[in-house]
Structure formats: structure tokens, C-alpha cells
Design a protein around this ligand. Structure first.
Ligand code: NAD
Length: 350
């Protein structure tokens, strides 16, 4: 039954223990970690972990009953010759690991978000992956959640009329946290191209002068997509709340994707001109693990030699938005055309 051999680079929370942290959290449907996800997909056999801290790799090796543990991920990839490489090290290391995996025979890569720490690195990763036809997805898991897909289908069918705006009410570190939110907004808007960004960095003490920042900067602002949809990045204190607003209706996404409130726009009530938004049932859906759906998508792409549903270029757009907001701030809030010309700016993210 097993067709594909997988290994995991980095043996921390997202590799194999984060499931324990979210047992009581309705927003997370298990399995959540990469290792638990692979264990639930019969087409894949997880064969090894690597971590610079060998004890961590050995601990997950034991927990998941996996054949081998390594201290050096390069040795693991060279010896195991895996089909699928998961990368769950911090974002500062993703570029190095993706390049190494790509250059040493990986056929599919599941890289955690944030994709990496600069657009220049993102470009190097894109070239390495696409030139070898490597199937690629990143851990921005909301695009793999069935509730979000149900909403995206509604948008595609025109159930909300013409989509006009997507809103996130919480931003946070633009690589670590907001890469999730940017990816969701792109997904709900039909994965359009980016036109421009305009925004402000909200991190206290932000110094716009350098080209490298040791903090994962937070920001607010607007992004315009080429299909006319506006994306609003708000900082309201509300965690993981979003909205999709169309000409005929709107959906509020609450509690990190647990609750969806649909309202249909109603006009021309007999003799009166005002507009109301009337609560309407959101379609029923069955929630399943986004991690498993992401892995199954990699498997399907390998089986068919097709494209994954995400791919690396969509992940790069989340970085374009983050660095676009920083560049807008550096230019006193001017609109900045995307994709950015200057791709060397770098910021830290764990
Ligand atoms: N998709 C999600 O919902 C989600 C949730 C949590 C974390 N993440 C992402 O997963 C990644 C890891 O986060 P985490 O919370 O699991 O961190 P973690 O610190 O628990 O695990 C990272 C592991 O990588 C190892 N490591 C670091 N550099 C290494 C190297 N050069 N070679 C081998 N091993 C190395 C560390 O020793 C550590 O064990 C981050 O990119 C983070 O943003 C994603």
C-alpha cells in the first residue's frame, strides 16, 4: 500500500508534538503535526526524523515508531533518498533545507510557514523547486480547512455576488502569524495576482533604515488584488477572525474557522431604500484534518505528476504582502507596486 517514503527535518512541535497542545481546541482538527499526518495517510511511510538536537529526533522516532533518527538532516536525505521531505525547522532555515532537499532528489516538499525570510530566498527556492517539477505545499493550513473551502466554493459560485473585500482582524508577526492570514485572504479571493500594498509597521521601535530586521515585524494596511478585491489587514485585538464581503452577501469567519455567519444583502424593501444583511444558514460541512488534506494533495500530485493545489508561488505572495507593507511604511505610506523590485530585505521569523 505504501508508495512514498517521507522524512522530517526538525523534530519539534510542528514535526510531532503540537497535537498535544490543541486537544481541547475546537479550531484544530487532528492530526495536526506532520508526523501524525503521515501516520494517517496509508500511501506514505515516515522513515526518519533529523534534528540538530539528536535527542529530540530520537524522542519522536520512538513516539511514532519510525526506523531512524539523525543529527544531520543532510545525511538523512542522502542516505534515505526520500520521496517527500517535510521541513519543520524555524523559518530562518527553510531556504537552506529546501535547496538541499531539491538538489538531492526530493520529489515533494512540505515546508512549514513562513516560507522563508526574504524574497530573494523565496526566488531561489522557487527556481530550485520548479526547475525539478517538485510538488510543493506550505503549512498555511487554513486553505486546507473544509470550512474555508466551502466558503471559497460559495465565492466561486457567486453566492456572495462579486467578492469585494477580504478582511483579517488580527495581524501579528507578518511572517510567523500573518503568513497564515495573508494566505487565507489570497485563497478566498481566488488566488489572484497582487497589484499593490499600502501600510504601516506597528512594531514598537521599528527602524526603517536597515535592510535586515531581527524581529518578525507586525503591520496593518491594504492590498489590492488584480481581480479588484481589496484585502484589509486590521489590528483589532480580535484573534483569528476574518470576513469575506461580496456585493450580495458577507460571511464572518469566527473562532479561527469554527463558526461561519452568512448574511445575504437585501435591498429595495417595499418603498424603502436602505440595505439589510439578513442572517442565512451557512452550508453544512464535515471538518477533517487540514494537515492530512495537504499531504493527500502532495500524494495526488505525485501519483498523477500534476500540480499541487497550492504550490510555491502562492506561498511567495504571502512574503510579497509582508515586505510590501514594510516598504510602504519606509516610503511614508505610499502605495507600493507588487511584486516588489527590491528582493534582498530580510526579517527574522522563528
Ligand atoms: N502550520 C502551523 O500551524 C504551525 C504551527 C507551529 C509552528 N509552525 C512552523 O513550524 C516551524 C517550526 O516551529 P516549531 O514550533 O515546531 O518549532 P520547534 O522549536 O518546536 O522545532 C524546531 C526544531 O528544529 C530544530 N532545528 C533548528 N535548526 C535546525 C537545523 N539546522 N537542522 C536540524 N534541526 C534544526 C530545532 O532543534 C527544533 O527541534 C516554524 O516555521 C513555525 O512557524 C507552523
Amino acid at each position: 500500500m505504501t508508495k512514498y517514503r517521507a522524512v522530517i527535518v526538525g523534530a519539534g512541535r510542528m514535526a510531532g508534538t503540537i497535537d498535544d497542545e490543541v486537544l481541547e481546541y475546537d479550531a484544530c482538527v487532528l492530526p495536526y503535526s506532520h508526523a501524525a499526518g503521515y501516520a494517517a495517510v496509508p500511501d506514505v511511510e515516515l522513515v526518519a526524523f533529523a534534528d540538530q538536537n539528536l535527542e529530540k529526533a530520537q524522542s519522536l522516532q520512538q513516539r511514532y515508531g519510525v526506523a531512524r533518527a539523525y543529527e544531520d538532516y543532510r545525511e538523512m536525505i542522502e542516505r534515505e533518498r526520500p520521496d517527500i521531505v517535510s521541513i519543520t525547522t524555524p523559518a530562518t532555515h527553510h531556504c537552506e533545507a529546501v535547496l538541499f532537499a531539491a538538489e538531492h532528489g526530493a520529489r515533494a516538499i512540505y515546508c512549514e510557514k513562513a516560507l522563508c525570510c526574504s524574497l530573494a530566498d523565496a526566488d531561489r527556492m522557487t527556481a530550485a523547486v520548479e526547475s525539478r517539477n517538485i510538488k510543493f505545499n506550505t503549512g498555511t493550513l487554513r486553505r486546507w480547512a473544509v470550512g474555508m473551502e466551502t466558503l471559497r466554493d460559495m465565492v466561486d459560485r457567486g453566492d456572495l455576488g462579486q467578492l469585494q473585500a477580504v478582511v483579517t482582524y488580527s495581524v501579528g508577526g507578518m511572517l510567523h502569524s500573518a503568513s497564515h492570514f495573508f494566505d487565507l485572504m489570497l485563497y478566498l479571493a481566488g488566488d489572484p495576482e497582487l497589484e499593490w500594498a499600502q501600510g504601516t509597521v506597528t512594531t514598537a521601535g521599528f527602524d526603517p533604515e536597515p535592510e535586515r530586521w531581527d524581529a518578525d515585524l507586525s503591520g496593518i494596511g491594504q492590498v489590492r488584488f488584480d481581480n479588484g478585491v481589496m484585502c484589509h489587514l486590521l489590528s483589532t485585538g480580535m484573534w483569528c477572525e476574518f470576513a469575506a464581503i461580496g456585493s450580495e452577501g458577507a460571511v464572518q469567519i469566527m473562532n479561527n474557522g469554527v463558526d461561519f455567519a452568512l448574511r445575504k444583502r437585501q435591498t429595495a424593501v417595499e418603498g424603502r431604500g436602505y440595505v439589510e444583511y439578513v442572517p442565512t444558514p451557512f452550508p453544512a460541512f464535515q471538518r477533517t484534518s487540514p494537515t492530512v488534506r495537504l499531504i493527500e494533495d502532495l500524494v495526488t500530485a505525485l501519483d498523477t505528476d500534476g500540480q499541487t493545489r497550492q504550490g510555491i508561488r502562492r506561498a511567495v505572495k504571502t512574503l510579497e504582502i509582508a515586505f510590501g507593507i514594510i516598504q510602504s511604511d519606509r516610503q511614508s505610506g505610499a502605495r507600493v507596486a507588487l511584486p516588489l523590485q527590491d528582493r534582498e530585505y530580510w526579517m527574522h521569523s522563528h
